[in-house]
Design a protein around this ligand. Structure first.
Ligand code: PAJ
Length: 281
């Protein structure tokens, strides 16, 4: 595995792979790897692509009040985990590579960034779209791998790739979970043992809602109320939002039909957890 820090070096290394006729698979990350990240890397390797992983904690997707400074970082651990997955290139740009002095340009995806997480993190997806657009221009991958864990991020980046004509296909990888169902996340490391114990309720609420739909429930309002009740009764978690939306457009639905995304954000103490499930009604 090569660890590359500069864009010219990256382009040179990738050009050599392309001359060999190899396809490039790309996994953008902010590091502090867990089994979810590794699953994305494995998908690229399984497709016999050159696996390029970027590791960059992107400041523009954090609000001033958020956890940028304390976001977990462990480069040694990350690089040894990536090496074990046979990653070909670990790309670690610096702030100066991504946002040099005088930086002016941002990518703003409209409407689907306004609901769900976007409602509570107003500039978050602008930061995500901007950094991913830049990384796509640096790597020019054939395929980009994204996790379903961040369902709204997937929808936003799919729209960006379509609207700005990036020559990259997006592959979405199912959410990897802990044995008790909690979705893997770098932020789970913030949880106290008690919060970690209670955090499983987030997934349990989604599963209960899915079962409710299977048994014929079609009212989004009733389902959301049930999920909220379960979370507040079984944990000290504070619900930020629970939503039933169309899985493609992310528009809220009142009567469930078609492909529905159940999505929620819950604070366990100071840690914000998100999760989702798609259900075909
Ligand atoms: P990060 O949170 O590090 O996640 C990197 C990728 O791993 C994302 O595509 C995310 O959806 C995926 N992922 C995270 N947890 C997962 C899980 N439990 N199962 C499957 N996939 C999972 O998402 C970001 O970084 C950033 O916003 C980024 C796209 C890199 C832009 O800065």
């Amino acid at each position: 595995m090569r660890i590359i820090k500069s864009v010219p070096q990256l382009r040179k290394a990738l050009a050599a792979f392309r001359r060999q006729g190899r396809r490039i698979g790309f996994v953008p990350t902010m590091g502090y790897f867990h089994a979810g990240h590794l699953q994305l890397m494995r998908q690229a390797k399984k497709a016999h692509e050159v696996c390029v992983v970027s590791l960059y904690v992107n400041p523009t997707q954090f609000a001033p009040t958020e956890d940028l400074a304390k976001y977990p970082r462990d480069f040694k651990r990350d690089s040894s985990m990536a090496r074990k997955e046979n990653v070909d290139i670990l790309f670690m740009p610096t702030d100066n590579d991504i946002y040099p002095k005088g930086y002016l340009t941002y990518v703003d995806v409209k409407s689907i960034t306004e609901g769900l997480c976007g409602h509570f993190r107003p500039r978050h997806f602008r930061g995500v779209a901007t950094v991913v657009a830049k990384l796509l221009n640096m790597v020019s991958p054939d395929v980009m791998y994204l996790g379903q864990k961040d369902a709204q991020q997937v929808a936003v980046l799919k729209a960006m790739v379509r609207d700005l004509n990036f020559a990259t296909t997006i592959k979405v990888v199912a959410t990897v979970r802990e044995p008790d169902g909690l979705a893997m996340s770098s932020r789970n490391s913030y949880l106290s043992p008690q919060e970690r114990h209670e955090a499983v309720v987030v997934y349990k609420a989604l599963i209960m809602a899915k079962q409710g739909i299977k048994q014929g429930e079609r009212s989004a309002k009733r389902l959301i109320a049930l999920m909220e009740k379960m979370i507040t009764q079984q944990s000290s978690g504070k619900v930020q939002y629970i939503a039933c939306v169309n899985a493609n457009t992310l528009e809220p639905v009142t009567k469930l039909s078609g492909e529905v995304l159940l999505a929620l954000a819950v604070y366990m103490g100071k840690t914000r957890l998100i999760d989702n499930l798609t259900v075909r009604v």
